[in-house]
Each structure stands twice: as C-alpha cells, then as structure tokens.
Design a protein around this ligand. Sequence first.
Ligand SMILES: Nc1ncnc2c1ncn2[C@@H]1O[C@H](COP(=O)(O)OP(=O)(O)OP(=O)(O)O)[C@@H](O)[C@H]1O
Ligand SMILES: [Mg+2]
Length: 336
Amino acid sequence: MRILAADIGFGYTKATDGRQTQVFKSIVGEANPVQFAEALLPVQAASPRHFVINGEDLYVGELAETQSRGRGTSLDPTQFIAQYARTLGLAALAPFAEHGDPIRLVTGLPISFFRKHKDALTTVLQNRHAITVVHGNGEREDKTLYIEKVRVIPQPFGSLFNLMLNEQGKAIHQRFVTEKIGIIDIGFRTADFAVADKTKYSERGSLSTDSGMSVAYHAIANVLHEKSGTQIELYRLHDAITRGTIKIRGQRFDITGLVNQAFGQLATRIAAEANRLWADDWDIDCIVLTGGGGATLAAQLTPLIQGEVLPLPAEQDARFNNVAGYLKYGANLWSA
Ligand SMILES: Nc1ncnc2c1ncn2[C@@H]1O[C@H](COP(=O)(O)OP(=O)(O)OP(=O)(O)O)[C@@H](O)[C@H]1O
Ligand SMILES: [Mg+2]
C-alpha cells in the first residue's frame, strides 16, 4: 500500500509521494502521430507526459501545450472533473506507483466546489486504471494504477495540515492546532478563503471566489490583444509575465508596467474579499497566504489585509503547499 497526494489545480497539477514531487500545467491534448515527438523536445521532462488512457493517446502538461493540435483545459469545475481530472491525476501519480500496488490518495477541491463535486471526483479516481505509459525513449509500459481509496478535502486545508503536521502525520506545531487560523489560497482560477478554529472548519468564514491569477492574466491578454491583434491563451502567458516581456509575431512588448498594474488590482480585490468575509472574525490569530498566486501577490496583498499575515518561506514553491499537506494528512489517516 502506498499513500500518495495529488492537487489537480486549474492551473497546475501537483503530486508527491513524500520523496519526490512533480508539477505540470493542467492541459490535456491529443498525442502527435509523429513518432518520438518527445525526443525532439529540447528539454525532456523528468517524468513521462505521454499516456494511453481509456484507449486515448494523450499528452499532458507542457508537451500538450507545445505539441498537441487538439488540446484543452477548463476553468469550469463540472467540465474539468468530467473531462480532465482523471487524466491529469493518473499522469501525476504514474511515476510514484508500482503496477497493481494499492494506492490511497488524498486530493482536494476548492471550498465552493467541495460539497457538490467531491463524489464525482472520487468516482473518476477510485478505480483500477489500466494505462500505458509512453516513456521519453518511446518505450511503452503497461501499468495498472490501483487507487483503492480516495479522500477529498477542501484545498486550503492542505496548506494548513502542511504547517500543522510532520511527515508522519503527527501535530507538531501547536499554534496551528490551538489558534484560529485564516487561510487564503490563491490559485490560477480560484481564491479560496478558509477559517480553521482549533482545526475545526468554520463554514461562515470559508468560501471560494473567482479571484484567481487568471483574472490578472485576462487583463494582460486583453491589452496585448488590442496592441497586437493576437489573442493569447492564458496558460501561455506565464513565462512572459515572469520575464516582463513578450514577442508576438516578431514584435516585442514590454509588459512590466502592465503586469504590476494587473497584479495590484487583483491584490486589492482579494484583500477586499478577505476583509469583508472576515469582518466578524476579528479574533483570527493569524492568516496564512498560500498557493502559487499567494506567493506572487504576497508583497502587494499583505499590507492590505487586516490581521497578522505570516510571511511565506522564500525558498519553497508555494504551489506545493496544499499537496504536501495532503500527503501528511494521508499519513495521519492511514499510517500504522
Ligand atoms: N514557479 C512558478 N511557476 C508557475 N507559476 C507560478 C510560479 N510561482 C508562482 N506562480 C503563480 O502561481 C499560479 C498557479 O498557482 P497554483 O498552482 O497554486 O494554482 P492552481 O492550484 O493550479 O489553481 P486553482 O487553485 O485555482 O485550481 C500561477 O498562475 C502563477 O501566477
Ligand atoms: Mg490550487
């Protein structure tokens, strides 16, 4: 039996077995009929990105982004779960699981989708999945991923458990057990707000909004569309945003100011949501900022939030905070 964790986000799919992690963009595409397309890529992904699942020949992540003609992703939860979650989840778990070895999986959903979609997510994942892994050298490996148990938790609780528990799933940081904690998890699509009062979930203080990083990406894409006439898919903007410049059909645009403005506006919007939601929860002891977007917006967001916001550790990629906590929670549930 193996305990694994997967955070199938609208932006990035993250997974870990406790020793290794992997991350790729949450994009699925048709595999290219050209043989060894993977071998032509300048950078080989460390883990396979080409699979046959349910008879479909598929690429995931950056391989789908750059090589697939028909490719897709979705910001709609029903469609995301029905069409993409299984493929992304299996692709993420494949390197960590032995053929046929029972897997117990912890995963999550945004607060507002949790009730409605947790059974659907469990159903698509909890099964014996016969897949073919196509390795970078073209070698094909048939593998059964036997997911015998799935536990779905509200996503921001992953980050809370990551702070609260050790690798064995034991509570080691008392502050997160005994205090009232606010968590703000900013992802690509959603901003999730959750309150844990002595580890108990507070319904009143918890919700999801659409204030994910994609709001800022949209604003940036719209300005670029006006300037260049080209509509850029949001998931292709990430590198340009990090660099501060983008080249579209040979013309280079400096987007530093645009990015700052879009991020500032989004931070203002998220702070207003938090301050409104937690207006009555003035007894929150501290606020944890998490998710990849939380790290990106931290400098602009922290001064706008009423309360003590814990600084994010600079050396960690905040996109992994939820999945790391899912795994610790799995150890808490299932380790002898
Ligand atoms: N190293 C990085 N690479 C890519 N994105 C990063 C990085 N660091 C921060 N980010 C930001 O993190 C965002 C994605 O965060 P995260 O992976 O937590 O989202 P998600 O979980 O996929 O989305 P959601 O929670 O809405 O489903 C990106 O949109 C980007 O703004
Ligand atoms: Mg997320």
